[in-house]
Write a protein that binds this ligand. Structure first.
Ligand code: ATP
Ligand code: MG
Length: 313
């Protein structure tokens, strides 16, 4: 079994408030569980676009774990790197939405935070084409950070591209701590996918352009994609800069936009699409991700994404 895209991180289910402006500190209705966890949303989107994807993570031996595993099975995501821990419960994210579009979370990481070096099965890295990491995973604990560094080295040794999305979560790690913790991953990234705010927070640069120049000087063959929410994204290489406007959609649930965008961009790179095409595919998957409630519901199949792109021309 050779995997195209591998990622690692927090396996979760999501349980969300049924309506806007229902705070999490008072009784009220929830809906869920929905299969979730940023690395798993990423893996599912990659699979729905047609790649062989895998994710490394832990769930509990409980119904919530089955909820996530059943979804991965339905999508053909390779589950060899996932273990069910008998003495842990599956991680849960409780989410409330505010009228201004912002979100509040209560995380119970449970099994989701248990990542150990023995989970890095060499067979998952053999022939691997891209290893994708996210800062939210690196922010969980010092031991997870160490495991992720080891995983990245295995991917480098296997000749895979390294892709990194900082997904800065200040509740988990301050920007100052993240700058230090993420530095080896940013240095190694062939594909780097920050938001503009993350780019400035994670470098010592005084402007976006200076940050880009520094990153390209350090690794001239890399690609940097700065995502800008509804405004789309900008792509930077040593040769080129390209701004790609976003698709206009009604935002229902922002969870997963970045993960679906990342999976689609990497799919485009692995399929050797021209940069403009890969970027459009990524913008389309990011836009579609926000149009449905439920973290994985907006991750569309290849056919659905292509139909959407044709309808928007
Ligand atoms: P996340 O919260 O998932 O980490 P992010 O902040 O990392 O998201 P964004 O820049 O918000 O990432 O979104 C990633 C991409 O998804 C954007 O570049 C864009 O292509 C698409 N996207 C996000 N939100 C919207 C939207 N409201 N309308 C259209 N496209 C969107
Ligand atoms: Mg993000």
């Amino acid at each position: 079994m050779t995997v195209d895209i591998l990622t690692i991180g927090e396996a979760l289910v999501e349980v969300m408030r049924t309506d806007i402006d229902q705070p999490l500190d008072q009784p009220g209705p929830f809906v869920g569980p929905y299969p979730s966890g940023a690395p798993f949303i990423f893996a599912v989107q990659a699979a729905r676009l047609g790649l062989k994807s895998a994710a490394i993570g832990s769930v509990g031996a409980d119904a919530f774990g089955d909820c996530l595993l059943n979804q991965l099975d339905a999508d053909g995501v390779v589950a060899d790197g996932i273990r069910q821990l008998p003495d842990q419960t599956t991680g849960i994210a409780f989410v409330a939405y505010k009228a201004d579009g912002s979100r509040n979370f209560v995380f119970s990481l449970g099994a989701g935070g248990h990542l150990t070096a023995d989970m890095l099965k060499p067979a998952l890295f053999d022939g691997l084409r891209c290893f994708h990491l996210m800062g939210s995973t690196l922010s969980m604990s010092e031991s997870v950070l160490t495991v992720c560094r080891e995983a990245m080295q295995m991917a480098v040794d296997a000749g895979a591209l390294i892709s990194f999305d900082p997904n800065l979560r200040p509740e988990l790690l301050s920007p100052d701590e993240a700058r230090i913790a993420f530095a080896p991953f940013i240095a190694a990234a062939d594909i780097f996918l920050p938001t503009e705010a993350e780019l400035l927070q994670l470098t010592n640069a005084s402007s976006t352009q200076q940050a880009i120049d520094d990153l390209l000087r350090a690794r001239p063959e890399r690609t940097i994609i700065v995502t800008r929410g509804a405004d789309g994204c900008s792509v930077y290489t040593s040769k080129d800069r390209m701004d790609m406007p976003g698709y206009a959609v009604d935002e229902i649930d922002p969870t997963g936009a970045g993960d679906c965008f990342d999976a689609a961009f990497i799919t485009g790179v692995l399929e050797e699409m021209p940069m403009g095409e890969a970027t459009q595919l990524a913008n389309a998957c990011g836009a579609l991700a926000v149009t449905e409630k439920g973290p994985m519901a907006g991750a569309k199949s290849r056919a659905d994404v292509e139909r959407f792109m044709r309808s928007q021309r």
